[in-house]
Design a protein around this ligand. Sequence first.
Ligand code: NI
Length: 193
Amino acid sequence: MAVLEVLPYPNESLRRKARPVTEFDASLARLVADMEETMNAEDGVGLAATQVGVDLQLLLVHPYAFKGDEARDEPVVVVINPEIVWQSDETITAEEGCLSFPDVFIHVARPSKVRLRALNLKAEPFEIEGEGLGARALLHEVDHLRGVVMIDHVSFLQRQRALKKHQKHQADLAAEARRKAAKANKAKVPTAG
Ligand code: NI
């Protein structure tokens, strides 16, 4: 297993429409295991394949989103080729984050309940319902598979504010990486004498 790089916005992979999964083989299982490790390493509630540069209709949601703390140790929910079969007219506006926008949180209105039909890793069909955070997580990740990101749901001004924060955070990360690289380079220089 490996922790994969989560692509930050505006990586073009985040705007791609993912293809349906057709091969349920060992490499798909490996991808799911790597995505699970990545999601947990980044403390995410969900992760879509497009966020790690893989153009497939595959998303993971942490069971925490459905059952809270008591589900900490339950297996991750694997959702393949999802279809939204029903969503409530009632919406809830709540704070939302995304691993492709680390450190940015915005208020997004989403249906309070949703039901999806999908396949699991064995290509078996199942339905899953989410309410509150569960609905929010499922819909956020389904959006990713359609090339939609959370800032697409808010007003122009809110989007500008979120992007400004995101760009500042990305610049800080890049500066930190440069500092680390410079330090590592220095350490490699052999000392004479
Ligand atoms: Ni996201």
